[in-house]
Ligand binder design. Structure first.
Ligand SMILES: [Zn+2]
Length: 85
């Protein structure tokens, strides 16, 4: 799939942004959201930065686009570093 990043073999990360009109344009940043490797998409998604996102209010992006969430990028980088140790 083009819309997920494979961080670890069992850890799918989607890039998700709130839809236009849900929040102001300046808050429509691209969050990194871990998804379960199998099973249904949960009712509430938890971004790497801690933001709770309702799937009905969100759109899945084809990779990092628009304005990335800096907190998600920083935390994901730390997760990746820990995974390499
Ligand atoms: Zn975020």
């Amino acid at each position: 799939m083009g819309n997920v990043i494979h961080a670890e073999p069992t850890d799918l990360i989607a890039v998700i942004r709130l839809r236009r009109g849900v929040v102001g344009e300046c808050k429509r940043v691209s969050h990194l959201v871990p998804l379960p490797a199998d099973g249904p998409i949960p009712d509430r998604l938890l971004a790497v930065c801690g933001e709770v996102i309702l799937p009905a209010q969100a759109e899945v992006l084809d990779g990092i686009a628009g304005m990335p969430c800096e907190a998600c990028l920083a935390r994901q980088a730390r997760r990746a570093c820990r995974a390499l140790r």
